[in-house]
Design a protein around this ligand. Structure first.
Ligand SMILES: N[C@@H](CCC(=O)N[C@@H](CS)C(=O)NCC(=O)O)C(=O)O
Length: 219
């Protein structure tokens, strides 16, 4: 069995690599980089980019991450994590159909109710060069996240985890999306359970190992 993850650390591949570290699952890492981050869209780059013909054969959408597990190719980062946790994750994955449904629900919640807004905060508060940042977009995203933050805070109030009263793939999937909102501390100030939960997620050795490798990667 060989698990291969395509995608640099500075991408949504981070969530898959964090999970693999949590599971102690060995994987082959192919650091495919976003072509748009390179001069001339990666023409002449020595290595695979999201626009390399070999990579487009794997994912015609030209996006990372991609998982290849013995010929099973998956292209959605959160679906990759749900699959890996079910197959290799033990207690990180669902123990029954109810937990499976809740982990799926939270992952879809992250992708649809949170990430379109959290990514705007990341881009427009820290990610883009200062001259390209749009403060109005960040403010709109913060306004749109008021209700999702309140909902997440309520969900975390009881046990400090999202599903099953323990740390699972649902926490990883949602935490990686909420990480993008950290440059908006005003959101966390009104959601103390979210703040404490994300801080605890980021204190985990597996997360720290992923982040250390990410920080070592060229920006
Ligand atoms: N929904 C996808 C989004 C993937 C995505 O947007 N990946 C970015 C990097 S984080 C990418 O590959 N961008 C290159 C491009 O769109 O050209 C997922 O979560 O897997």
């Amino acid at each position: 069995m060989t698990v291969t993850i395509y995608g640099v650390y500075r991408s949504r591949a981070s969530r898959n690599i964090w999970l693999c570290h949590e599971m102690g699952l060995p994987f082959v890492h192919v650091p495919v980089i976003q072509a748009y981050r390179l001069p001339d869209n990666g023409a002449g780059h020595d290595g695979m980019t999201t626009q390399s013909p070999d990579f487009l054969a794997l994912n015609p959408a030209g996006q990372i991450p991609v998982l290849d597990e013995d010929g099973l190719v998956l292209t959605e980062s959160l679906a990759i994590n749900l699959h890996l946790a079910k197959k290799h994750g033990g207690a990180l994955g669902p123990k029954d159909g109810t937990e499976d449904a809740l982990m799926t629900m939270w992952s879809f919640w992250a992708a649809t109710s949170a990430e379109p807004h959290t990514i705007e905060i990341l881009y427009n508060r820290v990610g883009k060069p200062p001259a390209e940042r749009d403060a109005a977009k960040a403010d709109a995203a913060i306004a749109a996240l008021q209700r999702p933050f309140a909902a997440l805070d309520k969900a975390l109030a009881k046990t400090g985890f999202l599903v099953g009263g323990r740390f699972t793939v649902a926490d990883i999937n949602v935490a990686e999306v909420m990480r993008y909102a950290r440059p908006a501390p005003e959101l966390f100030a009104t959601a103390p359970h979210v703040d404490a939960w994300l801080t605890a997620c980021h204190a985990r050795p597996a997360f720290k190992a992923m982040m250390a490798a990410r920080d070592a990667e060229p920006a």
